[in-house]
Design a protein around this ligand. Structure first.
Ligand code: FAD
Length: 447
């Protein structure tokens, strides 16, 4: 009987982070009745502060770009990577290119389809996520904060039932379909048994904000900096949040932290000490917040859509943040999912096949990010070589700008893989002893 009553909404969206808000914005613009259920009360802090240029495609399409400017987020014109000033690994010449101890790229070096500015942004996520959620509401989405989804029922023929707790009270609603944008909580992925932990990338991150860090006065002082530490598979991000506030995070393998005393502060500072230049500089700045830890964070899903559901953003896939891909993936997945959802609502058909275009394109993009990251961890020096080599520089920049969805495998990734295989197979290769311990086989399809 109940099955004949029209559902309350066309689409119910679980989570109001960038993935959920962007989905709600796209759907509302298309006249689709949707609701966002967000567990927290915004603003709330969140990791993931440095964006890549492809995000501006979504901001522009959603009429949000001017709000990014009005909010005064720091403009990010490029990215830089540094290592110890004189490690023996560097200075090695391969194919006529000497290894540099620092490389950088500026987004303006390559034109990007759909992007009409030479920079993207670093964001305070508390502020950014709130603005984007409010934008979705302005475009017509219903937004309920402090609404934690705790129940889902796909057993009805014409709708999905969603249960949630709102300010202490249990509530229910019905929708034609759901979008899971619950981030690394992976609400649906866990419930439906779809989640597969990454066999290789089991990282751990400690991060906080500093006031008054000296970022230098060059025209690159507001780039993101990735500082490699001499500790295996360990690096530090430096992200400008405001003129005076800088986000610093140490990313390592969880096993490294497990081997240490378990004291977060001690581990953070001990790692930084391995780069005395960074350490001295940070010690002069004022730490604004206690350290936050993020762990267990790489995984995929056996499927990212099904009958009456789609997973977007971190709810669908999480890859290591070394190339600042997360928010871009969340926004791009919202964009691609919305194209299929609009058609599904129009046709009143919600079986898995309706979301095939979304699934194919997302899997292709995420596989490219993942393979890029895998090869970076396998052979760090390869990355700096490719950036320093004019033959490959713009192809690497293209990936770093977030243009990863169009090709099954961009030629630059095939070339990287070819080189990794050569180095692995040749103990006399100048890079052989630089091979990392993480051996993700980039040739295998990702899950
Ligand atoms: P989220 O932003 O996590 O939003 C999910 C929302 O769902 C949350 O607000 C949560 O409260 C809500 N929610 C969860 N469960 C429920 C529920 N049951 N009911 C209702 N609501 C729920 N990305 C970058 O782009 N740049 C970076 O520099 C970067 N650095 C990173 C560093 C680290 C250490 C890590 C771990 C990640 C980093 N990321 C970075 C990734 C980035 O944080 C995420 O990819 C991005 O936030 C994903 O957006 P989302 O909307 O999918 O999920």
């Amino acid at each position: 009987m109940v099955d004949f009553v029209a559902p309350d909404y066309d689409v119910a969206i679980i989570g109001g982070g960038p993935g959920g808000s962007a989905t709600a914005s796209y759907l509302s613009r298309a006249g689709i009745k949707c609701i966002v259920l967000e567990k927290e009360k915004f603003p709330r802090p969140h990791v993931g502060e440095s964006l890549v240029p492809s995000t501006t495609v979504v901001f522009r399409e959603l009429g949000f770009l001017h709000k990014m400017e009005e909010a005064g987020f720091v403009h990010k014109h490029g990215a830089a990577w540094t290592t110890e000033t004189s490690p023996s690994a560097y200075g090695v010449t391969f194919e006529g290119v000497a290894q540099a101890s620092a490389v950088d790229l500026r987004f303006a070096e390559r034109e990007q389809a759909g992007v009409f500015q030479e920079y993207t942004y670093h964001v305070d996520r508390a502020k950014f996520d709130k603005l984007l959620l409010e934008h979705a509401e302005e475009l017509g989405a219903t937004v309920v904060q402090e609404a934690a989804v705790n129940h889902i029922d796909f057993d009805h023929a014409r709708y999905v039932e969603v249960g949630y707790k709102h300010q202490g009270t249990d509530r229910k609603l019905t929708a034609r379909m759901v979008v899971d944008a619950s981030g690394r909580r992976t609400f649906l992925g866990r419930r439906l048994g779809l989640k597969v932990n990454d066999p290789v990338f089991d990282q751990y991150a400690l991060h906080t904000w500093f006031e008054g860090l000296d970022r230098g006065s060059s025209d690159k002082s507001e780039f993101i900096y990735i500082h490699f530490l001499p500790v295996t598979n360990t690096w530090v991000w430096q992200i400008p949040i405001t003129e005076t506030v800088t986000s610093i995070g140490v990313v390592t393998q969880k096993a490294n932290f497990a081997k240490a005393s378990g004291d977060r502060d001690a581990f953070f500072w001990e790692n930084l000490k391995t780069r005395p230049d960074l350490y001295e500089n940070l010690r002069k700045a004022k730490q604004l917040r206690p350290l936050t830890a993020e762990g267990d964070y790489s995984y995929g899903m056996k499927q990212i859509c099904g009958d009456r559901y789609v997973l977007v953003g971190d709810a669908a896939r999480f890859v290591d943040p070394i190339f600042s891909s997360g928010v871009s993936i969340a926004l791009s997945s919202a964009r691609l999912a919305s194209l299929d959802i609009v058609k599904a609502v129009e046709q009143n058909r919600f079986d898995r096949s309706c979301f095939r275009d979304f699934e194919t394109t997302m899997r292709r993009g995420c596989a490219n990010w993942y393979n890029f990251i895998s090869m970076y961890y396998r052979l760090n020096v390869l990355f700096t070589y490719f950036v320093a080599n004019p033959k490959y520089r713009l192809d690497v920049l293209r990936l770093l700008q977030g243009d990863v969805y169009d090709e099954e495998e961009p030629p630059v990734l095939s070339k990287m893989r070819e080189l990794v295989t050569q180095v692995e197979g040749n103990p006399n290769h100048v890079w052989h002893n630089l091979l990392g311990s993480l051996t993700a086989d980039a040739a295998k399809p990702t899950f």
